[in-house]
Design a protein. Structure first.
Length: 93
């Protein structure tokens, strides 16, 4: 089991996805920098926006098909890093 789990993921625009976690925190993560900063990453195929949009929530995290996913803890970290914890929606308050 993970420390946090993705409950919901909704595509917003460009390389942005709204994520909701089981600890009550939710918000939009912008993946553009993550996808474009390294050219030799396994995630470079997601630079194609049509491929990026084809995600789902599998096993409590964000996945693209059966062979590519990101740990929910890392997604949680990205959300907090981009917005600051006190600026995020918290459904558990």
């Amino acid at each position: 089991m993970h420390l946090v789990n993705v409950k919901k993921a909704i595509y917003k625009e460009d390389y942005q996805i709204f994520l909701s976690f089981d600890d009550g925190i939710s918000g939009i993560v912008d993946f553009k920098k993550f996808l474009f900063e390294k050219e030799d990453s396994v995630f470079t195929k997601l630079q194609d926006l049509n491929k990026f949009k084809k995600f789902s929530v599998k096993f409590h995290t964000l996945a693209w098909g059966d062979d590519l996913d990101l740990a929910p803890e890392y997604l949680h970290y990205l959300l907090i890093k981009q917005h600051g914890k006190k600026n995020l929606q918290n459904d558990k308050k």
